[in-house]
Design a protein around this ligand. Sequence first.
Ligand code: CS2
Length: 517
Amino acid sequence: MTDTTKNQTLSQTLCQGNLAKLPTSIDIPTYDRSQLKAGIVHIGVGGFHRAHQAVYINELLKTPGAEQWGICGVGLLESNRGLRDILVRQDYLYSLVVRHPNGKIDNKIIGSMIDFIFAPDSKQAVIDKLAHSDTKIVSLTITEGGYNVNPTTGELDLNNASITHDIANPDDPTTAFGYIVAALKIRKNSGMPAFTVQSCDNIQHNGAVTRKMLLSFTQQQNPVDAELSQWIAQQVQFPNAMVDRITPVTTKADIDYVAQTFGLLDEWPITCESFSQWVIEDNFSDGRPQWDKVGAQFVSDVTPFEKMKIRLLNAGHSVLGLLGSIHGYATIDETVSDKDFADYLRAFMDLEVTPLLEQLDGIDLAQYKDTLIERFSNPNIKDSLARICSESSAKLPKFLIATITENLIAKRDCSLAALVIATWCLYSDKQVNQSQQALDIQDAMRDELTKYAKKTPTDKFAFLKLDSLFGDLIIQRAFSEHYGNAIDALYSPSSHIKEIMKSTLAKKHKKVSAETK
Ligand code: CS2
């Protein structure tokens, strides 16, 4: 009998009672989970949270004195029902499969989550949990779109039906903001300290943005509670942070790996890369875990770290995601292992992003970019382009359009980014790759993106008229000229994305060398 078949016959469900039976090659929680309190309530328990914050806490819990920092997850969306059921069945445990670029794998069971509340069934339970005296931090991974920022005005977007519902019905919350404000009101009225609201999403100044949106939300609630809004402004801290760990969507192959390797039935393991980074502004309302003991970094200003990560890593992902999707690639590693894509990405990072970044003490930007390419190339992380391109309408304004705008102000060329935006137009219009295979597009604005993109054949700049995303890019000649050329090339019969990338890049290099002469 091979090891694998032997293990399969020993299959056991992942739960607290079975931990001791697991092989020693899997790292299990050594701390007493029954003693933990939920000092952190986390809203939005996606793969990223389970590969990042929950893992830092898992490590910290191995040291004495951290018992108050267990995590209670909260799922706001109907789609979280299945996750809740699995976590309950598994005593909130899950496996983490850390895949290094050289093929090494670290296997862990993460035990830091001790409860999960599914909000659609238990509204009051969420409010009570947030208002509980054990809760010191409410952390968020609600995606870039979850903050409801209008990308062109930077103000709270009142076109979102859930936000307008929560503004009109403070006692019947449905959004993260609605729940947070309802709970803060209870805390204020009963003389309890405020909790910290800690964003863990990829938004530059994520804490400051959360604060601004939450205060604007509170000030517009009907009836308005001016005292509450003032109390929040004074008492609640919103630390900014840079978060980083590539975490692909869990696939059946991940479930099979855990089952075959450990004879363990885990219905939702998480696979991630070995790299992990968390730079946090040390600014908390009512205490915080000693995350610096387990690899996180506390700093007084995270702005340059956030900008570097979002404009290089996240934007780099989007560049590969959109161009690679049209080419017909399926994953990031596959795309970046094609030299034409790697060259394009590196030139974008060097020529269109780096000049906008500050030098950071202790960070060598050239090395940071090399590491990014190495991380993207990790052959053991099958990060799908569909995940990367999902919700591009919420991501690109922060990841890429901000870079274009800054380059335009500085009178710098942005032709490489312009091709990516034009490719997004083609992607939204045709919804197939260049071999005519359907693309898996997930975007809250999908219909609107398609509607505008479809007009391109008769109105070259139609896509840019979506001004809630593109602002005034359409009238910025230094951008629209490149965009128009890219559209002409992409929409010409027998166009080939790689050829277009290569000629765009060649022109760019020519321009740069002429300028430096
Ligand atoms: C990705 C991020 O969603 C995206 O487009 O760029 O999820 C990325 O993998 C993480 O931010 C890595 O830290």
